[in-house]
Design a protein. Structure first.
Lengths: 676, 213
């Protein structure tokens, strides 16, 4: 017997049948449903013969637009997963008054940990990175990002992380430690299971993906701009992309290092954060928040950029105070690294340090306030169209101001001592992350959807989705502010205080309204796909846009622009349209040239495949498989480095044929505009 | 026509600053690649800075175990340092050889770099193995945890560098000095020099400061 056990341990590490939660119906049923859904989709894809199309056009694609779309798809799917967790938590807290509710503590703890991890790393991050990928090269007037294949690698590594998190639902367990896995709770002595390992390895792997995306986008913005696209002519979204990705490059290595230390503690008995042998738990707090606070701005800065584009387009005016907006963005970028300690005022730093960080935290509200005023003044005197993206933007301004103000309140150390880790805090950060990042992501989704797919989204369902989400949000989270004021702490599996109960019930009701908003968005997508002919965007410029992404067709050809656009000022495309009307578009036929584009490559997908194997093996201590995964990933890169043809040529005639169609549509548009 | 020209200029300088330098357009592949790799190196240095910070915090936490001055052998460290600094020089020679497409000097430069790197790794491995054998492994105290992690992280980077170096040589052998191969060689050289800079930090913070305590 012992021999058998050793062989098993060598082959399978810690993995055995007890890893499957046969005794817990909820994860088992949920896992089974997901598995059946995935299998059904796979079978449908294979039977219908879509597999070659998917492989050649999407999975191996290095086109920034396709990768952007896949990022957003990943984020949307994970939003449903994270949202289900949220619904379960709100129901639990609504029923668990003087009772255990329906979720046992060890399961409830996994749910709030998974909810936070998923929503930040696998919803908010891929959503904003997806939008940046899709839009930034178009706005800069270039053909692709700086490193197209690496871009694909980054996406697929993010997907690997998401896959591992979901795998923990069925095989083993997820962390019960909260979304940042504070030690000593997350150390081996207090969390001996594989939950924290799932958490840490999925974040390590997706973290590499995020770092790659960050390097790629910084280089793209700084080194690949079309002729005449000076820094101070870039659209605001490009500026916020730059700031956000600079933060990624500077902050994500801190997360990588911190999680590596935690893993060393867990796997090899190191003493970074243990209670014994001189380990220092506060070092984890400082390191994780030195990443964590910039992370907040990594998420919200791109959203600010989206709102800038949307508000200016739908007000029919140039962005008010463009340069002050640039300055505010870069100020936030720098100051965001100087406030991390406000996440743990209560943990003994002393009054002087707390005061400094409190003041720094309040200072960061100033550039944010500048932005709000700039958006308001952009709207002032404009001819505002309340299309769905604009609704999300206005909804954001209202919501985000409230969230920002409660944030300033929490930045006052004495107040924070009362409210630290209370439901008030939970309400605050949902107020800024949903009201800021998610509303921004939805605004960007509605705004750029026609660019990505060539047809607009249904406005009626879009507006319904906005109103349900907006009202549902307030109905869910205002009660949490109150409960926090009444002393309710976060992450409670059950409670005995009668005064909290009504607020938890109202919040659960709000969650239902919020869910209707999400359903409306799914219906919107289905309805729009069905009516796509009626909603078709033939001109490439459905919103009367101002920046270069609207200068090409919808969806853009693989090369984006037949010619590198020549930019002469801010709002490059608006300027072009104005000039075209004055001169009634020159009718001479331009001279087309061959275009070289990067070849598709399975490198990203194959590399992520091996990363998944390696991650899974590391979690379960299956060492031979770790080596296998590592060798596979290295071999993938060598094969990639050995290929002889990394580009293909699109002949000039083909470019001309594609471009002519778009020019014809556009001429029609300009002459119509000229007539009115 | 003159109308539009004026309009164009007004657009180019909306704030009437007077000087407008037009951006010339996308940079060349060589510049883009090197620029991206520099940014990666900066991020890598940020990661190292976390391990440096952890070392600074934990270096006094010996938990009854040995202090730095009791376990560091400056002779070995001196040889390690000489190896790495020399290898930076030979790596530079290999880069120059690649730029002038001289295979012999390229292979020689890379081979010597590789040997020096491996000597460095062997000395470091023996230092680690010796400490572990004496019961001073990373689990002994928080100080040793931080020491093994910081120095080991650099060592892992050097190991990855050696692997990259050998791949680079094989690639030049198979593909010659192609433009993309030269770009990769440039990145490798940047990587190798950056490891040297980090070693200077490790040498100063860990071994020099530690030996004095």
């Amino acid at each position: 017997m012992p021999v058998v056990r050793t062989v098993e341990a060598t082959m399978l590490g810690k993995l055995d049948w007890s890893a499957i939660p046969f005794d817990q119906p909820i994860p088992l049923v949920a896992g089974a449903v997901v598995l059946v859904a995935i299998l059904a989709v796979l079978i449908w894809v294979v039977v219908k013969g879509h597999l070659p199309y998917l492989w050649h056009e999407w999975i191996t694609s290095v086109d920034h637009k396709r990768i952007g779309v896949m990022y957003i798809l990943l984020a949307s799917v994970m939003l449903l997963r994270g949202g289900s967790d949220a619904i379960m938590m709100r129901i639990q807290q609504a029923v668990a008054y003087q009772s255990q509710g329906y979720l046992p503590p060890e399961h409830y703890n996994q749910i709030f940990s998974a909810h936070g991890t998923i929503m930040i790393f696998f919803v908010a991050m891929p959503f904003v990175i997806g939008l940046m990928n899709l839009v930034v090269p178009l706005q800069l007037g270039v053909r692709d990002v700086a490193f197209p294949t690496l871009n694909s690698v980054g996406f697929w590594l993010t997907a690997t992380g998401a896959l591992l998190v979901n795998l923990s639902l069925v095989i083993g367990e997820f962390a019960r430690t909260g979304w940042l896995a504070f030690p000593p709770l997350s150390e081996l002595s207090y969390s001996p299971g594989v939950g924290v390992d799932y958490y840490a390895w999925s974040l390590q792997i997706s973290g590499v993906g995020t770092l790659v995306a960050g390097i790629n986008l910084v280089t793209t913005v700084l080194k690949l701009r079309t002729k005449g696209m000076n820094y101070l002519r870039m659209p605001m979204f490009c500026w916020t992309t730059l700031a956000s990705n600079l933060l990624i490059v500077a902050a994500f290595p801190i997360l990588t290092a911190t999680l590596a230390m935690l893993l060393l503690d867990r796997y090899l008995g190191f003493h970074f954060f243990t209670n014994e042998a001189g380990g220092n738990v506060m070092m984890f707090m400082n390191l994780i928040w030195a990443w964590g606070h910039p992370e907040v701005y990594i998420l919200v800065l791109p959203a600010f950029g989206i709102f800038s584009e949307v508000v200016s387009t739908f007000s029919g005016k140039a962005l008010f105070g463009y340069r002050s907006m640039v300055l505010a963005t870069m100020a936030i970028c720098v100051v965001s690294f100087m406030v991390w300690l406000h996440h743990f005022f209560t943990m003994g730093a002393g009054p002087d340090v707390n005061a400094i960080f409190g003041i720094a935290s309040m200072i960061i509200a100033i550039p944010t306030g500048v932005k709000i005023y700039n958006w308001l003044f952009t709207m002032y005197g404009g001819r505002i169209r309340f299309a769905t993206p604009m609704l999300w933007s206005v909804g954001f301004m209202v919501t985000f101001i409230i969230g920002g103000l409660t944030g300033v309140l929490l930045a006052v150390p004495p107040a924070d001592f009362m409210l630290h880790n209370s439901m008030f805090l939970v309400a605050h950060f949902h107020n800024v992350i949903i009201g800021g990042v998610l509303f921004g992501a939805f605004a960007g989704f509605e705004y750029w959807f026609p660019k990505a797919f060539g047809f607009r989204l249904d406005e009626r369902w879009g507006k319904a989705a906005f109103w349900f989400t907006f009202l549902g949000f307030f109905a869910t989270f205002v009660p949490l502010y109150v409960a926090g004021m009444l002393g309710m702490t976060r992450r409670m599996q059950h409670y005995d205080v009668a005064a909290w109960r009504p607020w938890m019930i109202v919040a659960a009701f709000g969650m239902a309204v919020l869910t209707i908003g999400v359903v409306c968005q799914i219906v919107q997508l289905v309805v729009s796909i069905r009516n796509r002919e009626a909603l078709r965007d033939r001109t490439g410029d459905p919103w009367d846009g101002r920046s270069l992404e609207w200068a090409t067709s919808s969806p853009p050809p693989v090369f984006n622009f037949a010619f590198n656009p020549d930019v002469r000022g801010e709002d490059a495309y608006w300027d072009m349209k104005a000039r075209a009307q004055q001169q009634s578009l020159e009718h001479e036929v331009p001279e087309y040239r061959d275009i070289e584009m990067p070849r598709n490559s399975p490198t990203g997908f194959v590399c992520a495949f091996f990363a998944t194997i390696m991650g899974f093996a590391l979690i379960w201590h299956i060492w031979w498989m770790v080596i296998l995964g590592g060798l596979g990933a290295f071999a993938t890169f060598v094969v990639f480095a050995w290929r002889d043809h990394d580009e293909y040529v699109i002949p000039a005639e083909e470019v001309a044929r594609i471009d002519r169609v778009n020019l014809e549509e556009r001429r029609g548009l300009v002459s119509m505009a000229g007539a009115t | 026509m003159s109308m539009t020209a004026t309009a164009g200029r007004a657009q180019a300088d909306p704030h009437h600053i007077g000087v407008v330098i037009e951006h010339p357009g996308p940079a060349s592949k060589r510049i883009v690649t090197a620029y991206g790799f520099w940014i990666f190196l900066l991020s890598d240095i940020v990661m190292f800075s976390c391990f440096f910070a952890a070392y600074a915090v934990l270096s006094g936490q010996t938990a009854g175990g040995p202090k730095g001055s009791e376990i560091f052998e400056q002779g070995n460290v001196a040889i390690e340092t000489v190896c790495l600094l020399l290898s930076s020089f030979t790596c530079g020679m290999a880069s120059i050889a690649a730029d002038v497409r001289n295979r012999f000097w390229f292979y020689l430069g890379m081979a010597v770099t590789c040997v020096l790197g491996v000597i460095f790794l062997v000395i470091e491995f023996r230092e680690f193995a010796d400490l572990v054998a004496r019961g001073y492994g990373p689990s002994r105290s928080a100080f040793l945890t931080a020491f093994f992690s910081l120095v080991g992280c650099h060592g892992l980077h050097v190991s990855a560098g050696v692997l990259w170096l050998l791949t680079m040589m094989a690639q030049v052998f198979a593909k010659g000095f192609r433009a993309d191969v030269l770009r990769r060689m440039m990145c490798f050289a940047l990587f190798w020099h950056a490891l040297d800079i980090i070693w200077v930090g490790v040498f100063s913070v860990v071994y020099l400061l530690g030996s004095g305590v």
